[in-house]
Design a protein around this ligand. Structure first.
Ligand SMILES: Cc1cc2nc3c(=O)[nH]c(=O)nc-3n(C[C@H](O)[C@H](O)[C@H](O)COP(=O)(O)O)c2cc1C
Length: 310
């Protein structure tokens, strides 16, 4: 990257790193003929009064018409309107042939299929080097929830919202609860856990046995103390439970100098393999609407909370 001298190509490339929407601005020329040009220079200016701007290159065929127009319409193109954008970016053609327009402010054509139309009265024009900056006051507008066409790094694109962990809207009137982390954690745990614990019970396992077998899955080993933390079962109960599993060859208990060590077995793994698959399915449906990155972030956040509160 350089902050020193740059040539026109470098300037254009740098500008193209700023993603914009795509509009077609329309007006009538001095003879009352419709005029239109594709423009990505559109932007908001003022809320009160409601002002917008765009700029037109002074060498454009339609520059005079726009500079002198009393009214113009900014047609914001939808994601499926690249053809319309290309049509109005081509100079010297009959751009309105085959386009069914509606008449807006001052008889200015409004294009079909757009997501938003701003009907403007000319407010001011300013010299902007090789462009003329045109400011308009929005007198009327219509807008839909459709997805807009994007222009980014010299190519058309569509905009995808970045998923966030924003809470789902709730009608709950209790403001404290609405903002209380433990409420969300507990409720999510209950909602995810209740149905699953029923599956475990139907399978003839207690929740504690399931937790031990899941932690020791893949013939995993860990100390009694560590397993107690992971299963949230106290060490005495846990040891009894592990010795019971050992009788059925579903876990191995070893007394070492360093303490008690527990290890999973192939039989233990076999006992819960189908429940693990059910778990993964339930997790997928609980995470619906979050992409993989968001799901990983959520897990990393929960790990942090677990370590902060350990
Ligand atoms: C995506 C895109 C954005 C554009 N944005 C602008 C713009 O903001 N201002 C401008 O003067 N020309 C812009 N152009 C180029 C004009 O659309 C093009 O010069 C057009 O030929 C002008 O019409 P005219 O020559 O019939 O007046 C853009 C073109 C494309 C494809």
């Amino acid at each position: 990257m350089t902050t020193e001298a740059f040539n026109a190509r470098e300037f254009r490339d740098a500008l193209s790193s700023f993603a914009t929407g795509v509009t077609v601005v329309t007006c009538l020329d001095a003879n009352g003929e419709p005029v239109g040009a594709t423009a990505s220079s559109f932007n908001s200016v003022s809320m009160d009064p409601p002002l917008i701007l765009w700029s037109i290159t002074k060498t454009a065929y339609s520059a005079d018409a726009f500079i002198n127009a009393k009214h113009f319409v900014v047609n914001v193109l939808g994601a499926d309107q690249t053809d319309m954008s290309n049509k109005f970016a081509r100079s010297g053609t009959d751009k309105f042939a085959d386009v069914e327009v509606e008449k807006g402010i001052g008889g200015v054509p409004m294009l079909p299929g757009t997501i938003t139309c701003f009907e403007c009265e000319a407010w001011a024009t300013y010299d902007g080097g090789d462009h003329e900056i045109i400011v308009g006051q929005v007198k009327a507008m219509r807008s839909t929830a459709g997805s807009g066409l994007v222009f980014y790094r010299g190519a058309y694109a569509t905009a995808e919202a970045i998923p966030t962990l924003a809470p789902v809207e709730t009608n709950d009137v209790s403001h404290f609860i609405d903002n209380y982390l433990l409420y969300y954690l507990t409720r999510a745990t209950h909602q995810m856990g209740d149905a699953f614990h029923q599956l475990v019970a139907d399978d003839g396992l207690t929740t504690k046995e399931w937790r031990v077998l899941a932690c020791l899955y893949n013939e995993n080993s860990m100390s009694l103390a560590e397993l107690a933390k992971r299963t949230m079962v106290d060490q005495t109960t846990l040891l009894e439970l592990a010795l019971g599993l050992q009788k059925h060859d579903m876990a191995r208990v070893q007394q070492l100098d360093t303490g008690t060590k527990l290890t999973g077995t192939a039989a233990g793994q076999q006992r819960v393999v189908h429940l693990i698959a059910d778990c993964q399915k339930a997790e997928q449906s609980a995470l619906e609407g979050l992409d993989t990155d968001a799901a990983e972030t959520l897990k990393a956040m929960l790990q942090r909370i677990i370590s902060n509160t350990d």
